[in-house]
Design a protein around this ligand. Structure first.
Ligand code: ACM
Length: 550
């Protein structure tokens, strides 16, 4: 009986592999009985993942009857002369070797002679050649035929994103770190893919609870799976100052010494921070540091009495209220402080953006807020960076080139639309859509609900290009998914709140609006579940998503 079942399933998977090769499988869903008990990508032996069952949805997919199967002789061949391409090749090998058990040597170059150099995954750099036209700095083309998989891109960022797509086209078991049985077959055809938006961010609040360098790296690896290219670190708030500033050492030493609930807190030394920036860059993410001012500053005010209007330092704060603290806008020392902090943080920042906060300055008068932002924005420019502020910046005078991060809910704020029409670019993080710390439903044990309950569909089903009433679509620089940590203190907490919503925001940032479709998205999202299981990522099994049975 058991033997017969095995034979049948073998026959099934052979037939299904043929069907997938013919490109007819794209309409099947994880609940499709034809997919058999092994859901798409869930286990070796299942038919190959259809080329379009990827998150974020690729811009263009052309299936062909030419599946490729990795084998013990597969090589990874990288563009000769490029250290970055080599590193992407090594990264890919690092993903594939433990589960496949194959050697997968990474070598530079390949033969283009007919019949030579087959059985390879190739990472090809197109530079400025005409064949890379339309791919931009992050796009890629992935071509699968019976002998090779070729990922082509203008530069290494595109190769890296193409590698993320390739991971999702292999069975989910490829993500395990112990040897699994194959076959490791990828559907044939061509994916051509470019992002909709240049800015695709995720924010982590390391102030309310501190997260170690290792924890931040783990989150970076998860963000990279979905082609997120920006990590915004919320480095200071009432409860903790998390980055060493040499000219104001008590900020971190004292202001970083606790967190919500009164734990020991912590902070990043400059070496720690550089390591985060370096690691993020190795995953093609740029770090945007945020020093939140003039509100959300109790940790700084507690560290230096002179920053307070009354000259008295308040105690450290471990609660979760907001809006009670303010730097002293009329005092000159405030701008000495801001200059020093912005100079030191800018020096740690290879990226172009520096975030100055500006939200919930409820203890700062409007006049003081405007005066403060008039003084602080030029400091960011002085140190070579472009300002990002929460969208309350649009209620002051946004500097030329400044970017406003929208965290309202219904897109009705007139000052945001006015600023956008006047040239301020927008990052969209509507709290009732993109805030990963909102509860999924009333029973979610973690998170908050002030912006409502946000399940997977609510999070995914909106259009960043048309969200702010009266703002031109061209004003939207991109999207970002913030993760505030008042209630979150472990990596498992971060994962449970980020997954499955983060991939939806990532898709809004990457995929063309023409691919936007909840019915199709939920099927593609469901296929991610077995990958998260394989990677050990904790996630919320939203009842809105047809997850394969475990
Ligand atoms: C915010 O949620 N206060 C930006």
């Amino acid at each position: 009986m058991a033997r017969r079942r095995i034979r049948l399933s073998l026959l099934c998977s052979l037939l299904l592999a043929v069907a997938a090769g013919a490109g007819t499988a794209a309409t099947a869903s994880p609940s499709d009985p034809a997919a058999g008990p092994a859901a798409p990508g869930a286990a070796a032996g299942a038919r190959p993942v259809p080329l379009d069952r990827v998150v974020p949805a690729p811009a263009s997919v052309r299936p062909a009857k030419t599946p490729y199967t990795l084998g013990p002789h597969t090589r990874i061949q990288v563009a000769p002369g490029s250290r970055a391409a080599r590193q992407v090749g090594d990264y890919l090998a690092g993903v594939l070797r433990p589960s496949t058990g194959y050697r997968l040597p990474v070598t530079a170059g390949w033969s283009t002679a007919p019949g030579r150099g087959g059985d390879a995954i190739r990472l090809r750099l197109l530079g400025t050649s005409p064949s890379g036209r339309g791919l931009g700095t992050e796009g890629y083309r992935l071509e699968v035929n019976r002998r090779t998989i070729t990922i082509s891109a203008r530069g290494p960022a595109g190769l890296f994103h193409g590698v993320q797509t390739l991971r999702q086209l292999l069975p989910a078991a490829v993500e395990r770190n112990t040897r699994q049985s194959g076959p490791w077959t990828v559907s044939g055809g061509t994916v051509t893919d470019v992002p909709r938006y240049a800015y695709r961010g995720a924010m982590l609040d390391v102030s309310r609870h501190f997260f170690t360098v290792g924890q931040v790296k783990a989150y970076i690896d998860q963000l990279a799976l979905y082609k997120i290219n920006t990590l915004h670190l919320h480095l200071s708030d009432d409860q903790g100052w998390r980055i060493a500033i040499d000219s104001w050492p008590r900020l971190a030493a004292y202001g970083g010494s606790t967190q919500v609930g009164g734990g020991p807190g912590g902070f990043y030394s400059k070496a720690d921070y550089r390591e985060i920036v370096r690691y993020a860059a190795s995953r093609y993410l740029t770090v945007v540091p945020e020093i939140d001012m003039p509100g959300h500053t109790n940790a700084a005010l507690a560290s230096y009495a002179e920053l307070n209007c009354d000259g008295v330092a308040p105690p450290l704060y471990t609660g979760t209220e907001v809006g009670f603290s303010s730097l002293c806008a009329p005092k000159e020392v405030t701008y000495d402080f801001a200059d020093d902090v912005i100079r030191e943080v800018a020096a740690l920042t290879p990226g172009r953006y520096l975030h100055v906060g500006g939200d919930e300055a409820h203890s700062t008068s409007h006049e003081d807020f405007v005066a403060f932002m008039d003084r602080v924005q030029p400091l960011v420019a002085k140190y070579g960076k472009t300002v990002i502020g929460w969208h309350q910046l649009t209620g002051a005078r946004p500097a030329k080139g400044a970017i406003a991060q929208y965290w309202g809910q219904d897109g009705s704020e007139k000052e945001v639309a006015d600023a956008a029409r006047a040239g301020t670019r927008l990052i969209l993080s509507p709290a009732n859509r993109a805030y990963l710390d909102m509860k999924y439903d009333k029973d979610t044990p973690l998170g908050q609900d002030w912006a409502g309950l946000v399940d997977a569909r609510q999070s995914y089903d909106w259009d960043p290009g048309a969200y702010i009433k009266g703002a031109p679509a061209s004003s939207v620089l991109g999207v970002e998914a913030p993760l505030w940590t008042e209630t979150l203190s472990t990596s498992a907490h971060l994962e449970y709140m980020a997954f499955p919503r983060l991939p939806g925001i990532a898709e809004l940032g990457w995929s063309p609006s023409a691919t936007h479709d909840w019915a199709g998205y939920r099927v593609r999202l469901a296929a991610q579940g077995p990958r998260w299981d394989a990677l050990g990522i904790d996630y919320y099994r939203s009842p809105q998503v047809p997850w394969p049975t475990r």
